[in-house]
Design a protein around this ligand. Structure first.
Ligand code: PEP
Length: 247
């Protein structure tokens, strides 16, 4: 039985003091022992967010990190820095990072390997554009993304990974994939993991859906057998996030 994981992606929102206020506002709404709850917050908010979530059921994640240990990489954040602050998860390869900051499947793979070296759980994003969906190549595209992201990742590591299936056309647009569309791709991702590793690894890995998930559509999406949670953008900044956790 895979444990559910609901993660918020705050993107570039909330100052450190606003982050603490939101964490306090959501505190009682997100209590649920059966679910892993994660807030992936802007890097500058991490120390305040870790402090504000101490003693709660919420873990803190980062939205990105670099794949080198240290050195002349102005503006980047090393995995050891996140680990030192108590960060447990990191989003890798979000479509906004791919689109605006030139991330590729190869940099995603390097970051995934580095996250595991530091015992930080990667939330590995994949997803197709609207054009790719219309061309009928969604599953081919995602298969390629997953195969590259998991190069040199061991089965034991893969079992601990989280994959977020996020159709790009559904992110921040208010358009959600139907539960059947999301299930089809999440099952396809599990099949690729089975092909790369084995059935036990495919059975263990957690796959989230992300893309305009909200309090109204979460229950139907989360009822699907291959959807183990959600990566939530807009709705993670509102009390609605508590309803998603409890859906
Ligand atoms: C996201 O940014 O990962 C996301 C799913 O955003 P939204 O929920 O706003 O579509």
């Amino acid at each position: 039985m895979r444990r559910r994981i609901i993660a918020g992606n705050w993107k570039m929102n909330k100052t450190p003091s606003e982050a603490v206020a939101l964490i306090n506002e959501l505190k009682d709404l997100v209590v649920n022992d059966a679910v892993d709850v994660v807030y992936c917050v802007p890097a500058i908010d991490i120390p305040a967010a870790v402090e504000a979530t101490k003693g709660t059921n919420v873990s803190i994640g980062a939205e990105n990190m670099y794949y080198e240990e240290s050195g002349a990489f102005t503006g980047e954040i090393a995995p050891a820095m996140l680990d030192d602050l108590g960060v447990k998860y990191v989003i890798i390869g979000h479509s906004e990072r791919r689109e605006y900051f030139a991330e590729t499947d190869e940099t995603v793979n390097k970051k995934v390997l580095k996250a595991f070296e530091h015992n930080i759980t990667p939330i590995i994003c994949c997803g197709e554009s609207l054009t790719q969906r219309e061309q009928g190549i969604t599953l081919d595209w995602i298969r390629m993304q997953i195969k590259i992201a998991f190069q040199n990742v061991t089965a034991d590591q893969a079992k601990k990974a989280v994959i977020a299936y996020e159709p790009i056309w559904a992110i921040g647009t208010g358009k959600t994939a139907t539960a059947d569309q999301a299930q089809e791709v999440c099952a396809g991702i599990r099949a690729v993991i089975c092909e790369i590793y084995d059935a036990a690894t495919a059975d263990a890995i957690r796959i989230q859906y992300g893309g305009s998930m909200n309090a109204g559509n979460a229950a139907e999406l989360l009822a699907k057998p291959d959807i183990d949670g959600g990566l939530i953008g807009g709705a993670s900044l509102k009390p609605d996030f508590g309803k998603i956790v409890n859906a």
